[in-house]
Every structure is written in structure tokens, then in C-alpha cells.
Design a protein around this ligand. Sequence first.
Ligand code: NAI
Ligand code: MG
Length: 348
Amino acid sequence: MDSRNIRLAVIPGDGIGTEVVAEGLKVLDAVGAKVEGTHYDLGAERYHRTGETLPDAVLDELRGYDAILLGAVGDPSVPPGVLERDLLLRLRFELDHYVNLRPVKLFPGVETPLGKARPEDIDMIVVREGTESLYAGAGGVLRRGTPHEVATQESLNTAFGVERVVRYAFDQALARPRKKLTLVHKTNVLTYAGDLWARTVDRVGLEYPDVRTDYCHIDAASMFFVNQPERFDVIVTDNLFGDIITDIGAAVAGGIGLAASGNVNPDRTAPSMFEPVHGSAPDIAGQGKADPTATILSVAMLLSHLGLADEAARVERAVADDLLERQAGRAARSTREIGDAITARVAG
Ligand code: NAI
Ligand code: MG
């Protein structure tokens, strides 16, 4: 079989999800990958029509693909949490996406709110744990809606879960020129979980003598993302901290329209899922205003995960060239115009 054959499950989702995914698929086609794609209508519309979020039969089918490309899910008409928990988080948990990979990279020519920062100052990868911590759904509520309500939400951290993501992060660091790994946590207050994370980094680190390790509290890290982003190379962190800090990362690296991510199952026991960091953006949905670049960069991550490094590099280069030209004072382009321009560069 041609290794460039990709069996791809496509979940466009809601709002701008459908618009940006269409552009991502064009790029995938142009790079020469033979994509056997199947679209799955999951999201708000399906939920309203049938009450379903992620039927078991669909989940089973999804397990058979090489990868999943997701746009975004969520709509104001659906109660908060329904699609996020029962569709998105369920996919991440069931498919064991224990690495949530989020590059934070300032491309040349892209404007950053950090006036003086140069591209070489903002070039890091955040390895966010994807299946544990406060997102594990442990907790409950008592006497809801009364003045005596009790709500708990516990952070679950297992030695197994922490070690596997830490090992992944060390491997990432080893493969990069600076070879630096920073643990971001809050060990001074979250003493039980923080201790497990810190000990795990110390112990696994013995096997990676070439990787320099460092530690940073989450609050300080938030500040350093803004005033000293050059401190960071690879970051490994807990699910919630990683979620928050990568929004700061997206902001300093040119905005949410450029931020890509992968929900990765490194053991390849199930397909990994690639998606822009942003949501369905109901405020601009249907207007052709969404920037598809984050999705196209997520497609590059997808190609790289499937071993198509050259193709991934071509897509990244096309995006980099397009971003450079964007700054040359051109008029704002539509979702499709940006997608077409990048597709043409990939094909050419
Ligand atoms: P959002 O990311 O959808 O939008 C935040 C702001 O960024 C909006 O002003 C939006 O117009 C802008 N924006 C987002 N993506 C853009 C793009 N590609 N180009 C240009 N501008 C862009 O986050 P928000 O508003 O908090 O959530 C909207 C819905 O999306 C909610 O239902 C939320 O739960 C869901 N959501 C889903 C995610 C996912 O599917 N992974 C992730 C985040 C939110
Ligand atoms: Mg988030």
C-alpha cells in the first residue's frame, strides 16, 4: 500500500469548524496524499436532531481510521458542557489521546502583541497531558441549588499517566536543538500531584542526560510567556494548566487563528486527532471571516504524525510564505481565499 494513503475521519463540527476544515482538506489533497475521507456529522445539529453526541457505534468506527481531522464543536443553542464533555473530551479519553501537543511558534512577519519579540524568541512546544487531572470527571455535587450546596472536582494524577506523558516530552526535547524541558505546575500548593510530577521528571530525566530540565510554577510561567518567552523550548504540564497557558501562547504567537494542535495517542492503539485550538466562533460563523491557517497547520501535524515528514514540511513552508506575504499590507482575505492561496503554494 502506498504509505501516502490516508484513511481519514473528518468531523467538521459546528460554526466555523465546517469552513476551516474544507480548506484543510484542500491542502491535504494538494500535497499529494491520497485521502479516503469520511465525514461524520457530529455536533450541535446532530444533537438537536437525534439527541446524540457520540454514539458508541460511531466511536467504534472512528477507531478504524489512520487519523481524525476535527474543526470545532459547540453552539450557543446547546447547554454548555454537553458537546465539550460528551463529544470532545470523550473522544480524547476513549482514544487515549494522552498527549495534547500544542506548538507555540511565531512565524516571521506575524504581528505579536509582544512588540520586541522575534520569531526565534517564541518557538516552543507545549506537551499538555490529555486524559487526567481535573478533566477526569471525578467529583460530584450535593444539595445542588441550595445554600448548602457542596461541589467537588478532584484532580486525578496517576504514576502511569504522568510518566508516559513526561517520557513523550523528553523525547520531543531530545529531538530539538535546544534540548530543554520545563515542567510547569504548582508544586508549592498542589503538593501531592506536584510531587508526583516533579519526582517523575527527575527520575525519567536520568535517562536523558542530554536534556536540560527546568521547573516553573504556572503563575510565573504565565508571566514569562509574555515577558520572557525565549525561556521555553519544550514544556510538559498538567491538563488544565496546559489548556490555559496555550491560550496565552496562541495570543503571543499571532492569535487564535494560527494555533494548531494534535490530540496524540503515541502508542498508536487508536487514531490521533488534529484540530485548531479555537472553537466554533459563533460570532463570525457563516461569514467567510475565519482564518483557516490553524487548521492547515493542524493538517501539517497530522501528516507528520503519519510519517509524511516531507509533506508536512511543504505545508508548513506554504503557510510560512503566506504569512510573510500577509503582512505586506494586503487586504483582508476570506477563509476560502487564504485556503486557496496556501493550497496553490503547496501544489506549486
Ligand atoms: P472561539 O475560539 O470559538 O472564539 C473566540 C474568539 O476568537 C471569537 O471572537 C472568534 O470570532 C475568534 N476566532 C476563533 N477562531 C477564529 C479563526 N479561525 N479566525 C478568526 N477568528 C477566530 O471560543 P469561544 O467563543 O469561547 O467558544 C465558542 C464555542 O466553541 C463554544 O461553544 C465553545 O465551547 C466551543 N469551543 C470548542 C472547542 C473545540 O471544539 N475544540 C475549543 C474552544 C471552544
Ligand atoms: Mg482551551
